[in-house]
Each structure stands twice: as C-alpha cells, then as structure tokens.
Design a protein around this ligand. Sequence first.
Ligand code: ZN
Ligand code: ZN
Length: 381
Amino acid sequence: MDSKFKQTFFFTFLLFGIVLTTVSAQEDNSAKIPAKGYAAMTAGRRFVPYEFERRGVGENDVLIEILYAGICHTDLHQVMEDWRKGIFPMVPGHEIVGRVSQTGKNIQSVKIGDYAGVGCMVNSCGECEQCRKDEEQYCPKTIWTYNCLDTDGIPSQGGYSDKIVVNEKFVVKIPEEAPLERMAPLFCAGITTYSPLRYHRVKPGDNLAVAGFGGLGDMAVQYAIAMGAKVTVFDVNEGKRQSAIDLGVAKFVNVRNEKELDGLNGSFDLILSTIPTRYDAGMYLRMLKVDGAMVLLGMPPKDQTPIIPAAALTGRRKIYASLIGGMKETREMLDFSVKNKIYPHVEIIPIQKLDEAFQNLAEGKAPFRYVIDMKSLNDAK
Ligand SMILES: [Zn+2]
Ligand SMILES: [Zn+2]
C-alpha cells in the first residue's frame, strides 16, 4: 500500500466512523427523560411535589404518559416501612394506566397513542424457572415498580408521576373501549385476586369466602361471582353490607356480630383473605371444608402477622400467601375483566389530596379504591 493510498484509506475510514457515530447518536434514545410526580421524602404519610429523571427509552422499552394511578394499601405499607426499610425519596404507585408516547425499535405489542397499563413489576431476569413458567412475580430478580433498585442501580419510581419507561414485557395494552379511569386498580388489585381464583380452578357451585371487603375484596367478589361461585363476604364495617349485596353475594357477615358467624364451620372450599392487619386466622381456617384452602392476599406489617393456630389446620386445610400474578395471567385477567365488564369501584382524586387519602387509608375510612387523576399534577398545590 503506498502512503497516499494509506492516507486516503485512513481518512475515508475516519469519515465513515464520524458519519456512523452521528447517525447512531441521532438514534440514541438513551438520554434521560425529565419526570415529575409526588414523593414521600422520608418514611411517613407526607407527600411533596418531586422532580426526577426516568431512564431513556431503550430498544425494548415503552414510554407511557400516565393518566391515572391507583392507590393500593401496599403504597401505605411501603412509605411506612411496614415490611422493610424503604428507599427515599419514594414515588409510590403500581396501578398505572396511560397513553403510549414513545416506543423502542423492537416494540410490536403497542404503538404510539395506545392505552396501556403497568402493575407491580417492571422487569425480571427472563431466564429462571419462574420466568420460564410465566410467573415473573416469583423471579428472584424481579424489579418492582418502585422502592427497588433497577438493573442500573438507580431506584425505581412508581406511578404517582407524569410518565414511566418500562420494558415491553411488563406493559399491557388496554382496549380502546375500556373505562380508563377505572382500569388502573386491575393491575394490582385485579390480578392479585384473579390469580388465586384461577389457580384453584374456581367453578360454578364452589362455596367461597372473601375476608376483608376493600379494594382487593371488591375485585375478588366480582371475579368469583363471574366464575359461578357462591360468595360470602366478611368485614367489620356494617356500612359495606349494601355494596356487597348489590354485587350479588350470597351473604354478608359482620364479624363483630358473633351470631352471624354461627353455622359456618366446615363450609367453604376457598377463602381469600385481604385483611391488611393482625387477625386470628383460626376462625376462618375452621370454616374451611376438608382439603379447603385459605389464601392470604393482604400482607399485614411485619409486627402484625396473623395468628395461625396449628389445630385449625386439621383436615388437610391449607394456608398460603399469593403475590399478584405473572404477565401472561395479567393479560388474561384484563381480557376477562373487559369481557365481563368487571371493574373496580373507584373515587377519582387530584394528586394534591394524597396526604388526606393516605390518612383515610390508614384509618380504614377509604373507599374501595382511590385513583389519582394525573391531569391534576399541573394544578397548584
Ligand atoms: Zn398493590
Ligand atoms: Zn427470573
């Protein structure tokens, strides 16, 4: 190679390199995205406006402009550090719906303008036994929507905010005809109750009970009735009796009224407990038939574990806890909900009412589900 040719070759190569770098820089969507929301700056129930950054939209990511976010009892547990130490500032929220505003180059399941939802998880390893079984919620490396370190070591932040970037696998398309303001709670309360009902293959004629008639109970009752079960609801709040009857339950039992508990022992195939505080599970376990099961869905603080008397388990009665559901099942739950028009009962609030909503939640005075209208984020505090 003579030197002139070498020089030309070198410069051509250099030029090619520059062009290539420029093109890839134009296609590089990894620039961070400014986001704003409400965060708890330290442990407690106090929220303030908070600005932060979302990661850029990678080739397998979807950017969602958040329209509504549900307030789950878990959000209260997390900010109060009821289960473990929290990562602050914390933007809670794992019941998220919105509109897709940007997609990475590999995205096929949604397009810009579609409505989409995100629940409690935003990623998992994709390779372990649980991931291969479509049960990403039990993957040892699940990335939770907030209060968790993402793969880049940065804390994940949830749905009490204006936008979120999520791996496509954890984004679910919402059909156009669905009532968007009621959809967010399906992504936690919905799947949390749907999954154990499916696991137990609930069928017409099954005798089922739901203990605790709040956000989860509301969904559990509706799904169980749609699957043909005969449903009894247990709660301490007499004011909820009519709502339960309106949904078509066979019976509402006020557990504070001992008379109403008579004659129930040995009668249920399945009991779903959504109670988020300490209680005596023995009373419910004794109401199970032989081989019946009680599933814990509400997760009380670590110092308020339910009391589980071993003797009440005689008769091969089982008790276990279930956690949301995998993404495949979440899509199935969404189809089932839309087909059967099963939606949560919600009260829409502006984000400025967060402190008040959390206070009510802590005192057991909240409606079935608060849902934040994210349009309010731009309003004055
Ligand atoms: Zn939740
Ligand atoms: Zn995994």
